[in-house]
Every structure is written in structure tokens, then in C-alpha cells.
Ligand binder design. Structure first.
Ligand code: 0RA
Length: 643
């Protein structure tokens, strides 16, 4: 796996004798999920990562600087590196080549003996033999000791022993495999998912050049090259690319404490949200864990200390909270440790208890040094945190006011909400509708038993560019929050949500797309749980009405329109292009966009926080085309959802 920093000495070098043989491959084919998590898309991608991780190991040991991943026609994958190459000599215990041992025996890495960081627990580092067992075909080429070696397998079984094809001046390993279609649901690798992980690996392994090439469609080849000399500093710069940093330079620290390697980079921007990416042995710990806890504690403590030291206490007496010091923060925390324990629902939370204190004292020490040496950046950071605290206090006042007001009004719902009669959230839907006129049609056209309508006037505050107190004072947003029933910020409680379908219904024009984006951004930033739970949808009103005599056809895309027109042939028909929801009468709106049996809903999903965040920056930009593409790509089409 992708860990370990210690370069083995000559005596310890990985010779054939160190390879431990454990067991055969039948178990893997019987229960693939145990080894790679699933046999769906994530499991399929895991195969690629498994091989790449071995190449990364070579890079970390200082023997490899170039890795290539190719998606070939027929969904064949090739991973090449210029590392040492898998050892080729006859394994003393097994009596066959070490290549064969590595490719056929479970956990025969041999690289995780004493002294090396190893990944245990979770699904990581299961070994290339698992990939072999789950591949219909696998070929391995090793360039080593001046020779070009070759071996081939079918479902993990060797076709012939390792042979020499000829001389070679190169060094490295090339693995080419075709995943077993009788095991995997799909063999369609996704370029964007692979690219996101390979980019991450390139950031975490500074200097290593990783190329992803896709020639599955020979007519449309794609290629991305990831190489970052600046490592995680460049990672942070990449994440803050479209934002305004307030520091002159990114904070960076690296070092070793006890047997843990720690690397931290951070930068504050004039934004209001935080993004902290944590890694343990190059595994993205999405659920955080002890390294994150240590980092957060150090940040809060160091900033409060310098707030006092630089006499900012006169300006604000209150101590800064964790939320205050994280506002506008982008950070990457990457550690390497022996025997990581991965916990949590998705095994993406680091559990090693000792890590918290070690990371905390290291980061605290390095931050204090930085604050001593960079007074300008330090002042800006502290002032930014103090602003966050003032906004927090103001928002609390505003919230208290809202609470008191709603207590006075008996917890009343917003005046312009036309609520449904159902009180069962699982059955209730909220349509967020652009404009009063479309809102009027929707109110008349709906099924009032389970459909509620909230018309929004104009454009809501762009939450990307506003502080929480301004966001909360936006009348449209506060009506939305009240209608949802969840509360906001520290009050937020998903279990109080009043509707399990929240449907954004806007015009199919530029303004509509903008409003849609503003609403999406609000949920993404302030109520991501709503998206994660799968409660957020986008309605797709038809673009065309085609009438032939008394018959009506609705088309939701240009292709559909063309299809309908083609089917009608030379018959007489009329086409009306809908410019807005307002052009439809209540019955039409119901029939085309609201009725569960006819409508097209897109479920909004968040696949990867990094991809999502990047795209939200695109979404907030002025260009409509990338925004439309994003929405189409990320919204899963769920037709006839209620049937
Ligand atoms: C076993 C031992 C050594 C390297 C590897 C396996 C190895 C595996 C893969 C898979 C893809 N690329 C790879 N590169 C290396 C240690 C080699 C030595 O001691 O010379």
C-alpha cells in the first residue's frame, strides 16, 4: 500500500525469502466483497488502485518516479511503473518465481515485514493477487536485471511459468488486466473517479508523475497528467484556486514525532466555509479521526494564544471557537503511521488514540513558529477569525429572534408556503418554485394531499459570498428553512425534516439555471445532509409541446422532440417551445412536471467532496454551459420514481 517512508537497507532488501505465503485465491473469488468492498463500481476501481498502490510503494521507497494508468479498448487496464520490478528469482520455499508467488498467493507482499509502514484493517493493501484472482485475464511484465520477463494468468491461474522474452535496458513492472465480468456488475471505469484519486496520490507523493490515459474510444482519447513538485502545498493551492487567499503564502510543516510522519498545509481565504482533507497512509479518511481531532485542537489553541498575545482580546473578549478558527480554512493533513486502525461506518475514520496528542503538539508548535515569523499573515488570520466570531454572535441573536418570533406565532410556517395536508415526511413533497406566477399555477395544479409549494421571489443570497448572519436574514432563505423544519447551523436536525422530496422547479432558461444553482449551493453549504440523504431533486419541465389535432406530446429534450416529430412523419403538427413555467396553465404544469406518473426528476447527489467543490465554483461562475453540464452529469435520472 501507499505508505512507509523507510528505505530498506541492503540486508533487509526484499529478497525472495521474505515473501510469506499464506493461502490460495479461491476464497477471493468466493467472497470478493471481503477483499475489495464490493463488486460494483467502487470495487472495480479498487482493482486499479491496488496495482497503483504497489507502484506508489516503489515511489515512496525512492525507486520509481513515473506511473501510467491506461484504459484500453475492451475495458482492459494497464498500469506501468519504473520501479524495481517484482523480484523474478525462484522463491526458496515455493519453488516457483517470486512473480508467481506475488501474483497467486494472498498477502504475499513480503513488503510488510518489520520496519515498513503497513496498512492493516479496512480493505486497503489486499495485494495484487486479489486483482489477479478477480481478473479474467492478467499479464505481468517485469523489466529487471537486464531482462524482459513475462507471465500470464486466467482467473488467477498461471498459463505457464515466468519466462524471459528478451533483453531489456528498462526497469519496472507492467500489469495488464481484464476484470472478470462474471464477478463485477460493470466494467465501465469512470475517468473522473480515477482522475480524482490519481491526482490525490500525485499531491501526496510529491514529484511522482502519474498519467491517466483513456483510449477505450479510439476516436476520443483522453489524457490527464498529474505531477506536483510542491506536494500538499500545491494540493491546498489547487483547492483554493478560485478563491481569494488572505495569506501571502501557504503554511506548511512536516516532521516526524515518535514513529509518525506528519505533513500539514493550510491557507485561509475570504470565504466562509472550511475544507479539511485528512489522509492516513495516503488513504483519504473522509470521516476524519484522531489526526483531525489533533489538528483542530492545535489550531484553536494556537490562534487563541496569539489573539491574546497580540492584544486582540481588547477587540473581542470571547474565546474563539473551533468553528470560528475554521471559517475560510482550507487544509490538508497527511500522516504516515504503522498499524493504522480504520473505523467508522465506511472504515474511513482513523482510530489510533495515540495519534491525537502527537499531531496536536506537532501542529501547535509549528503554527506558533509560523505566527512568530509571519506577523502580517497572522494578523489577517486572527482578524478573520474574530469576524467569524462576531457573525456567529450576531447569527445567534438572529436565531434567538426567529425562535422567539415563531414561539409567539405558535411555530407558524411562512405565509407564502402552501403546505400539504400530509404530516408524513416520507410521503410529502416540497416544490421550491421560481417566481410568484409559476407559484400560483403550481398551487392550483398540485395534489394538495402531499405536495406543498413555496414560491421564491427573485434570487436568493449567494451563500458562497455571504456570511451566515446575512444568509439567515434573507427572507426567502429563512422561509425555506422554516418550511423545511430542520433548523440551521448548530440547531440543524435532519430528523425534523418535513418533506423527503424537496424539488427545485425553475424555468429552463439562464435565470432559472442561476436560481437553481443558488439553491443547490445553499443546500450544499448549509444542509449537505439533505443531499446525502437523497432528499433533494430537480424538476425537469418539458421544453416543447407538440400538438397534432387533439393529441399532445411533451418533449423534455431536443432529441425527444426530434424523435416525436419523426414519428409523426408528414402529419400536420404544431410545436410550442416553453420559455418558462409561467407559460403553462395549472393542468399542464401538473401533467408534465408535478404528477408522479409523468414527471422527470433528477436526484441531486454528492459523489466526491473535491469534485463537488470544484464544480460548485464552476457553478457559481458566469458560464451557463459548464453549469448545465454539471447538473446533467451529477443529477441521477429517476423517471417514474413513484410507480
Ligand atoms: C514485491 C517485492 C518488491 C516489489 C514488488 C513486489 C512490486 C510489486 C509491484 C506491482 C506493481 N508494481 C510493482 N513494483 C514492485 C521489492 C523489490 C525488490 O526488493 O527489489
Amino acid at each position: 500500500m501507499t505508505q512507509k517512508t523507510q528505505t530498506p537497507s541492503v540486508e533487509e532488501s526484499y529478497d525472495a525469502s521474505k515473501i510469506q505465503i499464506l493461502e490460495g485465491l479461491d476464497a477471493v473469488r468466493k467472497r470478493p466483497g471481503m477483499y475489495i468492498g464490493s463488486t460494483s463500481l467502487p470495487g472495480l476501481h479498487h482493482l486499479v488502485y491496488e496495482i497503483v498502490d504497489n507502484s506508489i510503494d516503489e515511489a515512496m521507497a525512492g525507486y520509481c518516479d513515473t506511473i501510467e494508468v491506461e484504459l484500453l479498448p475492451g475495458n482492459i487496464v494497464r498500469v506501468s511503473d519504473n520501479g524495481r520490478g517484482i523480484p523474478t528469482e525462484i522463491h526458496p520455499k515455493a519453488g516457483v518465481s517470486t512473480v508467481e508467488v506475488v501474483l497467486t498467493k494472498l498477502h504475499a507482499g513480503g513488503k510488510f515485514g518489520d520496519g515498513a509502514y503497513k496498512v492493516s484493517g479496512g480493505l486497503h493493501g489486499v495485494g495484487v493477487s486479489v486483482v489477479n484472482a478477480l481478473s479474467e485475464m492478467l499479464k505481468v511484465e517485469v523489466h529487471r536485471d537486464g531482462k524482459h520477463h513475462f507471465m500470464e494468468f486466467r482467473r488467477g491461474v498461471p498459463l505457464a511459468p515466468l519466462k524471459v522474452l528478451g533483453p531489456s535496458k528498462k526497469r519496472g513492472t507492467i500489469v495488464t488486466f481484464l476484470a472478470d465480468k462474471t464477478i463485477f456488475d460493470t466494467l465501465e471505469y469512470r475517468f473522473d473517479l480515477l482522475a480524482a484519486r490519481l491526482r490525490e496520490l500525485a499531491f501526496l507523493n510529491k514529484g511522482v508523475k502519474i498519467t491517466l490515459r483513456d483510449t477505450r474510444d479510439e476516436k476520443d482519447p483522453k489524457e490527464s497528467v498529474f505531477q506536483y513538485k510542491g506536494g500538499i502545498v500545491e494540493f491546498v493551492k489547487h483547492l483554493t484556486d478560485k478563491k481569494n487567499p488572505i495569506q501571502k503564502k501557504v503554511f506548511y510543516a512536516s516532521g516526524q514525532r515518535e514513529n509518525i510522519q506528519i505533513e500539514v498545509a493550510l491557507e485561509y481565504c475570504d470565504t466562509y466555509n472550511d475544507q479539511i482533507f485528512t489522509f492516513a497512509n495516503a488513504i483519504h479518511t473522509r470521516e476524519g479521526g484522531t489526526h483531525l481531532e489533533g489538528f483542530r485542537a492545535a489550531l484553536t489553541r494556537a490562534i487563541n494564544e496569539y489573539k491574546k498575545k497580540l492584544q486582540y482580546d481588547k477587540k473581542m473578549e470571547e474565546p474563539l471557537t473551533g468553528d470560528d478558527v475554521r471559517e475560510g480554512l482550507t487544509a490538508v493533513v497527511a500522516i504516515l503511521l504503522p498499524n493504522p486502525q480504520f473505523e467508522g461506518q465506511t472504515k474511513m475514520k482513523l482510530g489510533n488514540g495515540e495519534v491525537k496528542g502527537i499531531v496536536q503538539s506537532f501542529v501547535y508548535e509549528k503554527l506558533c513558529e509560523y505566527f512568530e515569523e509571519n506577523p502580517t499573515d497572522t494578523k489577517r488570520i486572527i482578524e478573520k477569525c474574530i469576524q467569524a466570531a462576531s457573525a456567529r454572535l450576531a447569527a445567534k441573536k438572529a436565531r434567538d429572534l426567529v425562535r422567539r418570533k415563531s414561539a409567539l406565532e405558535g411555530g407558524g410556517l411562512p405565509g407564502k408556503l402552501a403546505d400539504c395536508t400530509s404530516r408524513d415526511p416520507a410521503y410529502s413533497e416540497l416544490f421550491i418554485v421560481e417566481g410568484d406566477s409559476a407559484g400560483g399555477s403550481a398551487k392550483q395544479g398540485r395534489n394538495r394531499h402531499f405536495q406543498a409549494i413555496l414560491p421564491l421571489k427573485g434570487k436568493i443570497t449567494n451563500v458562497e459570498k455571504a456570511k451566515i448572519d446575512r444568509v439567515l436574514s434573507d427572507a426567502e432563505i429563512s422561509a425555506l428553512i422554516t418550511a423545511l423544519g430542520t433548523g440551521i447551523g448548530e440547531d440543524f436536525d435532519i430528523s425534523k425534516i418535513r418533506y423527503h422530496k424537496i424539488i427545485i422547479m425553475t424555468d429552463a432558461d439562464v435565470d432559472g439555471a442561476h436560481i437553481q444553482t443558488l439553491i443547490l449551493t445553499f443546500f450544499f453549504r448549509y444542509m449537505p445532509k439533505v443531499i446525502e440523504e437523497g432528499y433533494l431533486y430537480i424538476a425537469r419541465p418539458p421544453l416543447y409541446l407538440i400538438t397534432k389535432g387533439k393529441e399532445k406530446f411533451y418533449a423534455y429534450s431536443d432529441e425527444e422532440k426530434n424523435q416525436i416529430v419523426q414519428n409523426l412523419g408528414t402529419e400536420k403538427y404544431q410545436i410550442q417551445r416553453y420559455k418558462g413555467l409561467g407559460e403553462m396553465n395549472p393542468e399542464q404544469l401538473w401533467e408534465t412536471t408535478m404528477a408522479p406518473e409523468n414527471r422527470v426528476l433528477l436526484q441531486v447527489s454528492m459523489d466526491d467532496a473535491v469534485i463537488a467543490d470544484e464544480t460548485f465554483v464552476i457553478l457559481m461562475g458566469d458560464e451557463v454551459e459548464p453549469r448545465r453540464r454539471f447538473i446533467e452529469k451529477n443529477a441521477k435520472k429517476v423517471e417514474n420514481l413513484d410507480l
